[in-house]
Design a protein around this ligand. Sequence first.
Ligand SMILES: *Cc1c(COP(=O)(O)O)cnc(C)c1O
Length: 447
Amino acid sequence: MDANSNTGWRERSLRHVWHPCTQMKQQAELPLVPLSRGQGPWLYDMAGQRYLDAISSWWVNLFGHANARINAALVEQLATLEHAMLAGFTHAPVVELSERLAALTGEALGHCFYASDGASAVEIALKMSFHYWRNHGQTDKREFVCLRNGYHGETLGALGVTDVAIFRDAYDPLLRHAHVVPSPDARDAREGESAREVAQRAADELEALLQARHGQIAALIVEPLVQCAAGMAMYDTHYLTLVRALCDRYQVHLIADEIAVGCGRTGTFFACEQAQLWPDFLTLSKGISGGYLPLSLVMTTDRIYDAFYHDETVRGFLHSHSYTGNALACRAALATLDIFRDDDVLNANRVRAARLTALLAPLATHPRVRHFRQRGMIWAFDVALDTPAEASAFARRCHAAALARGLLLRPIGNTVYLMPPYVLDDDAQTWLATQTLAALTDTLEAH
Ligand SMILES: *Cc1c(COP(=O)(O)O)cnc(C)c1O
């Protein structure tokens, strides 16, 4: 078999690799792309064709592929300590990472608990919240609240607080159901209503629930500012202010799931900073390792931590994962934080974001585009489609049309979004804006 052949690798992959989030029968006709390497924002297939990774490989890659600085840090770590168990042991990368993250919250969230993937971090936050109340003798507080269209991962516990039908419905009989309250999605504004008023209306419904059931509710979990998996639903900062106050009033924990929106994605390092508040638990994953290695963590307060600190073993948080605090992953995260600091990334992104938004103006005013929106380094718009058949095929067709142009897009339903790594130069930005418009035109003209 030709080592440079896409076809050969495609066939071998389809025989033995069960791909995620994929109906494998459709994958036989769709162009599965076998990659040979990555460089910066580009991915290269076996035949040498390149693709701009405009969605940061499922939102994880912040500083491009094969980043020289992260690579160097990992090579050094590899020669020192690759991994060791974190119970009974500790090491410089996990200590330094925890210190630096705690400092980024002004020590408000000064305790970091580690896992490997995002869903596990969500489950840890849910368990910690329940266990906190239990340690305080409030054993009835065992229910959770999530937002309509919220997404928090796909293991059974995380799915219980997820409200995205396509991931959830088949497994519904297996789940412990959470209370689902309205999303503050700004697109749901009624005639003449502002985004802030939508937020108020959503918070009012949350308050009615908390009033009735706060004795049974342990925590509310939200994706701050942008519900990404729902199709980049953006909402007013005011909602976070309101829910923080409600959670305090009704003695319910606030879990901020920043797995997708953290690490600078919405313009500040943590999305919660924009509302000038901290949650009781904050989850991070995806971008924290620069998109290099699986790493997730839950940050929490002294108050939560102290409730577990006790002579009795079982009052402690006895949760563990084999790769908890993996040294290589923590080192990749430290290298990622170094880049944020050394390159003044948050300010550089402000300039990048303003430029790309201007370049995308033809899309914002396109006759078939609705709700063009942007927050930090996330852009999204919805495409008005004529028929249900057109709508159901849109995401797949648009993905294929973009790939044919050397662009990686993965629309969610009729929502097209860009979530590029923080490394696009002016030329790459111009190219991205032009090709996104062209891919949309190709998709709409194809039938
Ligand atoms: C991706 C995501 C998760 C789940 O993370 P995995 O690593 O895929 O398990 C949880 N919450 C949010 C907001 C996410 O975007």
